[in-house]
Design a protein around this ligand. Structure first.
Ligand SMILES: [Zn+2]
Length: 53
């Protein structure tokens, strides 16, 4: 993998699922707003799949 795709699951809880099988909750905001650039599970660059919508 060159990147790890993160999918927004629930915008109420800021819940994400990663391509590598991890789950993450932010208190608020997106991966970008939280300055999360690398996936903490696999170490690959994090790509938020629906951030371009
Ligand atoms: Zn990952």
């Amino acid at each position: 993998m060159e990147k790890c795709e993160w999918k927004f699951v629930d915008d109420v809880e800021c819940h994400y699922e990663s391509e590598c099988g991890g789950e993450w909750f932010f208190f608020e905001g997106t991966t970008k707003e939280n300055e999360m650039e690398l996936c903490p599970f696999c170490g690959e660059p994090l790509h938020e799949s629906n951030s371009t919508l």
